[in-house]
Ligand binder design. Structure first.
Ligand code: ADP
Length: 417
C-alpha cells in the first residue's frame, strides 16, 4: 500500500519527484496516466499526467481520477506536484486542481511551495526567485504557454482560486516546525485556505514538510517532497531503507535512441561518436518511418552487445530540422521522427536490448507508448533528474532523458552505473 500518493502535472516532473522520494528513502513507482487496476507495490506512487497546460476541466477531471485511484489503493497523504517555476496562467491549472483536490479530501488547508533550493528556486516574502532573478525576470515571463510575469505567488495563486491565500514568511519558517504550525493555524483561523511558504534552504523544506505531517493535501514542487518521508518514519509506517533505489540486476544488450535536438544532447552524441557505434539517420533524405527503421535494423544487426551501447540518432542540426519542417510541416516532421524512433526502440527490445536510454521528452513519450509501458520503478540517478527506471512486465531498464539534461558523457556513463 502506498503511503504517499502523488499527482504530477507532467511526465518529467513526475520523474523528478519520484527520484527525490527515492533519494529520501521511499521506494517509488511512477505510473503513466490515471492508474487502471491495482496500484504497484511501493512506499510512494507518482501518477504522471499531462495536465499542466490542458483545458482546466480536463486537468481537474484527470487529477480527481488519479486521486481516487490513489485513495482506493490506501494512500495516506496526497501530494499535488507542479513545476518549481509555478507554471500556470490566471485560469489555472494549479489553483483549480488544488481546489478540487482540497474539496475531495476535505482538507481545509494546504501549502503551496514550489521552492527547490538545489535548482536555484527559492521563495522570500512570497516572491519566487530563479537563481538571482525574480521569476518575472528569469526568462519565464516569455514562456510560450505559461508566461510568469508576476513573481508574487500570493497574488498569482489568489488569481486562480476563490480561496484566501496567505503567507508564512521567512522569519517564521526560520524558527522551525512549531512556529510554522502556529502560523498555519493563524492563517486557517483568519479564513485562508492556502499558505505560500518562504523557503531558501533545504532545512526550511524539511521544517515545512514536518509541519504538514497531518495535512491530507500537500502541493508544491519536488523540493518540498524531501520533507515528507520523515513524517511516515516518525509515525512508524516507513522503515529505514538503505536502498530505496534498488532495481533488479541490469543484464542484456544496451542501446540509446535519440530524438532530442537540444544542445546538451548534441554534445552527448558528439562524445559518443568517439567511443561506440553511432548511426545517424538522414530523415530529410528518407522521410519514411518504415524505411528508416529497416535501415536501423540492418545496421544494428551485428552490433548489439552487452558490453557497450549502440546509439541511433534521429535528431539533426537546426538547418536540417528546419528543412524537414518546411517540407512536411512542424508537427508532421516531429511525429515522423518520433514514429521512426519508437519503431526502432520496439525492434531493439525484440532483439534483446534490455538497457535502453531515450533522449528527448516527446521522444520518450512516444517510445514508452509504443512499448506499452504503464509503470516504471525508480532506481538510482545517472545524472540529476535522470534516474534509471525498470519496466516490470517488459523486464526492461529504461532511462528517459529530457533533452537538456545530463553531462556530456551521459550515453556512456549511464551504462557504467
Ligand atoms: P527535447 O527533450 O530536447 O525537447 P523532444 O523529444 O521533446 O526533445 O523533442 C524533439 C522533437 O524534435 C521531437 O518531436 C522529434 O521528433 C523532433 N525531431 C527530432 N529530430 C528531428 C529532425 N531531424 N527533423 C525534424 N524534427 C525532429
Amino acid at each position: 500500500m502506498p503511503l504517499l500518493g502523488c499527482i504530477a502535472d507532467d511526465f518529467t516532473g513526475a520523474t523528478d519527484l519520484a527520484a527525490m522520494l527515492v533519494a529520501h528513502g521511499m521506494t517509488t513507482v511512477q505510473v503513466i496516466g490515471v492508474p487502471q487496476g491495482p496500484l504497484p507495490e511501493a512506499d510512494a506512487v507518482v501518477v504522471a499526467l499531462k495536465s499542466r497546460t490542458a483545458p482546466v476541466t480536463h486537468a481537474i477531471a484527470e487529477s480527481l481520477a488519479a486521486c481516487e485511484a490513489l485513495l482506493a489503493g490506501g494512500a495516506k497523504q496526497i501530494f499535488f506536484k507542479y513545476c518549481s517555476t509555478f507554471d500556470s496562467t490566471d485560469e489555472g491549472n494549479i489553483g483549480p486542481v488544488a481546489d478540487a483536490l482540497m474539496k475531495r479530501l476535505q482538507a481545509g488547508f494546504a501549502i503551496a511551495c514550489p521552492a527547490f533550493p538545489a535548482t536555484g528556486r527559492s521563495i522570500y516574502q512570497g516572491h519566487l526567485f530563479v537563481g538571482q532573478a525574480l521569476l518575472s525576470e528569469s526568462g519565464m515571463e516569455n514562456h510560450p504557454l505559461t508566461p510568469m510575469k508576476d513573481p508574487n505567488l500570493v497574488r498569482v495563486l489568489s488569481r486562480q482560486t476563490e480561496a484566501g491565500v496567505g503567507l508564512v514568511p521567512f522569519s517564521v519558517v526560520h524558527e522551525g516546525e512549531s512556529a510554522i504550525r502556529r502560523a498555519f493555524n493563524q492563517l486557517r483561523d483568519s479564513g485562508r485556505r492556502y499558505a505560500i511558504t518562504d523557503a531558501i534552504l533545504d532545512e526550511h523544506l524539511h521544517a515545512i514538510g514536518a509541519a504538514c505531517a497531518e495535512h491530507a493535501l500537500v502541493t508544491g514542487g519536488s523540493g518540498i517532497a524531501m520533507g515528507l518521508p520523515q513524517n511516515f518514519r516518525n509515525q512508524g509506517l516507513l522503515p529505514e531503507r538503505e536502498h530505496a533505489d534498488a532495481l533488479p540486476e541490469a543484464k542484456g544488450a544496451m542501446a540509446v535512441v535519440v530524438g532530442s535536438c537540444s544542445r546538451a544532447t548534441m554534445g552527448q552524441i558528439g562524445l559518443a561518436r568517439d567511443h561506440v557505434p553511432v548511426l545517424e539517420l538522414d530523415v530529410l533524405a528518407t522521410p519514411d518511418a518504415k524505411a528508416l527503421a529497416a535501415k536501423a535494423r540492418d545496421w544494428a544487426q551485428d552490433k548489439l552487445s552487452d558490453q557497450r551501447p549502440i546509439v541511433i540518432v534521429g535528431s539533426a542540426m537546426a538547418e536540417k530540422v528546419a528543412a524537414l519542417q518546411q517540407k512536411l510541416g512542424r508537427e508532421a516532421a516531429g511525429a515522423l521522427v518520433e514514429e521512426t524512433l519508437a519503431s526502432i526502440a520496439a525492434d531493439l527490445v525484440q532483439r534483446g536490448v534490455r538497457r535502453l536510454v531515450v533522449a528527448g521528452g516527446e521522444t520518450s513519450g512516444a517510445v514508452v507508448q509504443r512499448l506499452g509501458i504503464t509503470s516504471l520503478r525508480i532506481g538510482p540517478q545517472i545524472d540529476p533528474g535522470v534516474p534509471w527506471t525498470y519496466a516490470e512486465p517488459a523486464g526492461l531498464h529504461l532511462a528517459l532523458k529530457s533533452g537538456n539534461f545530463g553531462a556530456r558523457d551521459f550515453f556512456l556513463k549511464a551504462f557504467q552505473s
